[in-house]
Design a protein around this ligand. Sequence first.
Ligand code: ZN
Ligand code: ZN
Ligand code: FE
Length: 744
Amino acid sequence: MESVHIKIHGIVQGVGFRPFVHRLVREHGLAGSIRNTSSGVELELEGERAALEAFVRSLPERAPRLALIEQIETEYGLPPRGLTGFQILRSHAEEKRNTLVSPDIGICADCRRELLDPTDRRWRYPFINCTNCGPRFTIIRDLPYDRALTSMGRFPMCPDCEREYHDIENRRYHAQPDACPVCGPRVFFLDGEGREVPGDPIETARAWLKAGKILAVKGLGGVHLACLADRSELVRELRRRKERDEKPFALMCRDVQAAEKLCFVSGKERELLESFHKPIVLLRRRDRSPSPLTENGWLGVMLPYTPLHVLLFGEDLEALVMTSANLSDTPIVYRNEEALERLRGIADGFLLHDRDIQTRCDDSLCWERAGKEYFVRRSRGYVPFPVRVPGSRGGILACGAEQKASFCLSRGEYLFPSQHIGDLKNAETLEHYEQQIAHFERLFDTKPELLVCDRHPDYLSTAYALQRGEKEGIPVLQVQHHHAHMASCMADNGLSGPVIGLIWDGVGYGEDGSAWGGECLIGDYRSFRRFGSLRSIPLIGGDRAVKEISRVGFALLRDAGCDTRGVENAPFFEAMLQRGLNCPPSSGMGRLFDGAAAILGIREAVSYEGQGAVLLEAAAEADEAGVYPVSLSGSPLRFDWRDTVRAMVRERDAGVSTGCIAARFMNTLIEMAVETALAASRESGIRDVVLSGGSFQNQYLLNRLPAALERAGLRPRTHQRVSCNDEGLSLGQVMIAEATRRED
Ligand code: ZN
Ligand code: ZN
Ligand code: FE
């Protein structure tokens, strides 16, 4: 007999780790104790050497799925103290300080089997869950994570559930949201007037859907609007009622087979769809013709992630539109009364239930890239899982950007990026943002001692940070937008720098007060310099040019000396440019894409930011290799797009296809990026290149640029855990603040 001390570092708290260890200790016939520490857990175990070693070996193999074991330290051969049994050592205050909160987890295979088993006591019970699945983040009001402090507090457990809860051999041991038809929440169906419809609510909902109705369906983090996906007229009607311009709708498919009828699904995409996170995965459509679901080549698809969804699909429904229930830019509807009031006239019926959602959380949206998520939106199923950065001191609140707002709170080595928040210019969204910051601070028991925000003077997140800093006497650090993007991608890849950053987006506030967005930076967390950029584009009418992209097209054509006579309102634009009236310069890559889309006649105006780039990418021919001349000069090294514009116009006028020119345009940007990065590398000796900013949602660029950089002898890195767009920026803000503070 001997004793071993084991330290496990990583994300091992609040993920069912201690009950797991408890079972494993019993399995191996050992005795001892476990306690949470600031960087993981510590174990003291006694037994035979062979059994102790077998235990340690099985830890990483059998750990709960949310756990992330980064390192196991062992010290064998210590004198035994004659321990018996197994003890979980805890102090209440410490628990609260150190515990992580689990994201919501999609229904597991075991629960799904029981749900569909007529002999199971939870047969067809839409709230079935267990330790391995079910709601978490969205039902938690406060810590410690305990039923009383969740939405389940008002549903006392029946004796059967109670027994399972206390049985360590049971899958529902310590499953706080566990319930059954005897003691748990119930589902109900209301008509368009809010009157309860008698009968089985789920069967009623299914019948209404099949009859072509649009329903509001309450999910985990909010309410969806649902209708049959294969009925174009219905989808158009939903779009009209929801006032949803042209943004694509997401689908929920019954299973992967149903998804495969509409999209190509690779093995890795399938894994992601079926993973317990259950994100919306962007899949390539089989049929590329225009559809009311989406205007581009991708369809966002997710699988049923709650038992309610599984029952809703039944055996016969295959694909439903499942779009967040909200109007234009307001946050997703999540309360029953709110749903009935605000979705009146939009939903024909309501499938709701009495388990309250405490925290709004939209569906996550990603592509599959190298077997992992490449996020557009990191939210339900992932938040509030932290990014761990060893050596961080914590106590920082980063306030993010504005249109794709998020924040990030750090506690010790854990950085907690928030869920998707939305556009802060909407008053309700701003309120949601402030509430969520307060919620995170309470959940993670952290009062920030340093606030970080963007340098943009008009961002509402900047105003929040400055006001709060003044009111509460907390210092505020303002960091440059593209520096934060770069730092975010560095942290995402565990780099400490220095790096070259290719940071491309629509707009960010530049050091000189102008709009940046086609940048090549060199730097680290502490500082950066602007090595390269774009020749600036005058935005005729300022923000109006972001929507009316023909204005950008005109500016590009005129600057390149091309014929502008075909452009509507050309004389007016010409006059504005000549007088320099409200024509702020921009070096935003998004603007260059908009201008190119306008020149190619793809669109004259867009209904959301980035649409020009989306449509240009959708139009491009995938196997076109041609490229236009790349002119780079000056310091910072500027890409002079005029040669490119002239070449595009020449080909357009010669009748070359839009798809071909669109591809060559992007090929040119790839070549420009490689040449710029190589020049930066020659000058600095750096080979790591991070790619960040919203333009890297473009899959044409993303699938070609890293390979091109590699061929040039550089080491490209793309995002892995947070989004490349402004939503992922808050992570970088925290990293810059940590580094700045350390230097002081
Ligand atoms: Zn389960
Ligand atoms: Zn029960
Ligand atoms: Fe940005």
